[in-house]
Design a protein around this ligand. Sequence first.
Ligand SMILES: NC(=O)c1ccc[n+]([C@@H]2O[C@H](COP(=O)([O-])OP(=O)(O)OC[C@H]3O[C@@H](n4cnc5c(N)ncnc54)[C@H](O)[C@@H]3O)[C@@H](O)[C@H]2O)c1
Length: 452
Amino acid sequence: MPLPPGDDLDRRQFLRLGGAAVAAGAGAGLGRDAHAETAAQAGGLIAAPPIETVRIGMVGIGLQGGGHVENFLKIPGCRITAVCDIRAERTGWAASAITAAGHPAPAAYTRGPRDFERLCETEDLDLVFTATPWEWHVPVMLAAMKNGKHAATEVPAAMTLDDCWALVETAEKQARHCVMMENCNYDRAEMMVFNIVRQGALGEVLHAEGGYLHDLRAIKFEKKDEGLWRRAWSMKLDGNPYPTHGLGPVANCLDINRGDRFDYLVSMSGPSRGLYDWAREHFPADAPERREKYVLGDVNTSLIKTALGKTVMVQHCTNLPRPYSRINLVQGTKGIFQGYPNRLYIEGRGREHQWVDASAVRDEFEHPLWRELETRAAGAGHGGMDFIEDYRLIKCLREGVPTDMNVYDAAALSAVVELSVQSNAKRARAVDVPDFTRGRWRTNPRLGILGV
Ligand SMILES: NC(=O)c1ccc[n+]([C@@H]2O[C@H](COP(=O)([O-])OP(=O)(O)OC[C@H]3O[C@@H](n4cnc5c(N)ncnc54)[C@H](O)[C@@H]3O)[C@@H](O)[C@H]2O)c1
């Protein structure tokens, strides 16, 4: 349930006090919450000891989870040793893929929707990775961290502010990584923009836009895979249920949680028509789909103001006919990049007022990860970006360094789900974005150019 803003303010004050009390307790040698102190020492970017071979438990092996299984089988230094799904045929599929790759058969957990708890309690694992429907991400990650495992999840990490805080608190307390696997941060164009920004070619970044504009009508009405759960969210939430694909990459360009932070947000949804029309056109009059009530506005638009005064527009549109786009616009004092199609304008280069196709600057600005991993990533999910994100996760765990995305990123980006619902319900009134870093955004180091 959405929290009224006042409650959230109280909660933030409470947590600040709580954080101070923990630090004081640890400093006085009381030993309480030594893990939280470790997390704080890491400058808010949680680090953990290196792991030679990362033992992974996979929870939810559907379309996206299956892709991650295939990636991990190609990445050195990790093993999938346990698998869990409510459908035994999916753990069976994963076991076949794992043994075919020459590894021992994983332990299988198929005793229903909470069997991941048994997996987290019994298995000796370094990482629990979940690609379940949205409602299961937080329960799986909390169970993982409470049992001493690092946790990684598909997007969004959480659907409510309370759950965002639960992830932050648990990651700090247990000193475990809690990573939201935002694969779009690793796509070729997004990584190139990040590189362009880091090289200063756009000047100071002042504004960015992102979104998830993807006609999912057919998928939402399938009687399998996402059709079994994703449409249901269109019946219970009016806001932006899936903000992170668009926000993740531009948040990195704006140094969110590492020099700046999301401060407040306004959000507005339009009418809900697309799913009604689809149901009417594809199902007979007596079909249950024709009686469903959708509340999700077909187009939701949110604007976020950052603490440094920058602006971000993020949009969601999955119920209408349209070509795919994540917008991917980054605008600075010296130029602008815009996706779909990828193009840019840098003052003093090329013709005034004219876009340049981004392929013209690829040699100059291609991100090193793409230069080096393109061949290995070929054929992996979503054009290869899923392989690169999985590769980076395993590399960070093996080296014992902070992961590229941490629990604060997971919380700040996922918080937009409930905040957009709150603001939209109140005639687009501004709602505060919690500071999940509790002030550390000011001193956290900026994300560097990531390497192989
Ligand atoms: N990053 C991306 O580009 C991308 C793309 C697609 C999906 N996703 C995300 O991946 C997640 C899964 O999506 P999908 O397309 O693979 O859906 P899916 O329906 O194909 O897969 C979900 C799987 O989870 C299993 N499952 C459901 N409840 C479970 C439980 N309690 N315990 C164990 N297993 C359970 C289902 O049986 C199924 O195999 C979602 O969070 C989605 O948003 C991300």
